[in-house]
Design a protein around this ligand. Structure first.
Ligand code: PGA
Length: 272
């Protein structure tokens, strides 16, 4: 019999992912990780429990710092991730970084299809799908980013654009791939702009995403983590994460400041 039960949203454990983008240096990274570990791992009095019932936390760092951050996170419950991955396995692809290399450094996640990759570096829907497929085959979890531009929203095409971006990926990776992925809804007009989608706008899109994917497989869609990204701050995180279909966040600017990022993690734990 086909599994069709729609699980209670709260059964999904929240996930907060920092996306450092092209920022950081060895000294700043070391200080940031030290502060995060002190604040997030200090136990019930010192910080939220990110191990058991709390939120899961990951940091997606620039490639050159994977080794440094992997070392600094040794023994930590904070997971490591990359901001991209090659769609190729290995070989003559100058400048590319393979999923096997990411795995070698202990990465658990790889962001694919971030809007900055799509708009500035030519990542098409097709390439994003190939990358997601490669990431899953390599045993990592792809964080598949989707989102409309301001213009597309004004034209009333936001849902259509996001659904098409999802279809391009999930046509290729199928239901098994969906079960192994995380989706991040990041409206392009909200990224780095200080203009966050309202909790209502974000929840409407998240519910659309889950509903759209439920047409492929209701059980996998009900378990899928759908993160929100775009100017998330400690001050607006709880109102976003409190919504039924928002399972955490993909955090850019605020992930570079320990107090700001920890405030967002606390909001995720508080709404779990
Ligand atoms: P932001 O970036 O939090 O700085 O808006 C989010 C992202 O691009 O992932």
């Amino acid at each position: 019999m086909q599994e069709s039960r729609y699980e209670a949203p709260k059964s999904r454990r929240k996930l907060v992912v920092g996306n450092w983008k092209m920022n950081g240096d060895r000294a700043a990274n070391g200080a940031l990780i030290d502060a995060l570990r002190a604040g997030l791992e200090a136990g019930p009095e010192g910080g939220p429990d990110t191990d058991a019932n709390g939120a899961a936390v990951a940091l997606c760092v620039p490639f050159p710092y994977l080794a440094q951050v992997a070392g600094a996170l040794d023994g930590s419950s904070i997971a490591l991730g990359s901001q991209d991955a090659s769609e190729y396995a290995n070989g003559a692809y100058t400048g590319e970084v393979s999923v096997a290399m990411l795995k070698d450094f202990g990465c658990a996640y790889a962001i694919v299809g971030h809007s900055e990759r799509r708009t500035l570096f030519g990542d098409t829907d097709e390439r994003v799908a190939l990358k997601a497929e490669r990431v899953i085959a390599g045993g990592l979890v792809p964080i598949v980013c989707v989102g409309e531009t301001g213009m597309e929203r004004e034209q009333g095409r936001a849902e259509e654009i996001v659904a098409a971006q999802l279809d391009a990926v999930f046509e290729r990776i199928g239901v098994a791939g969906m079960a192994a992925s995380v989706v991040a809804y990041e409206p392009v007009w909200a990224i780095g702009t200080g203009r966050t989608a309202s909790p209502e706008e974000a929840e409407a899109m998240h519910a659309m995403i889950r509903g759209h994917l439920a047409e492929r497989d209701a059980a996998a869609a009900s378990r899928l983590l759908v993160l929100y990204g775009g100017s998330v701050k400690a001050s607006n995180a709880a109102s976003l994460f409190g919504r039924d279909d928002i399972d955490g966040g993909l955090i850019g600017g605020a992930s570079l400041v320990a107090e700001d990022f920890m405030g967002i993690v606390r909001a995720a734990v508080g709404t779990s």
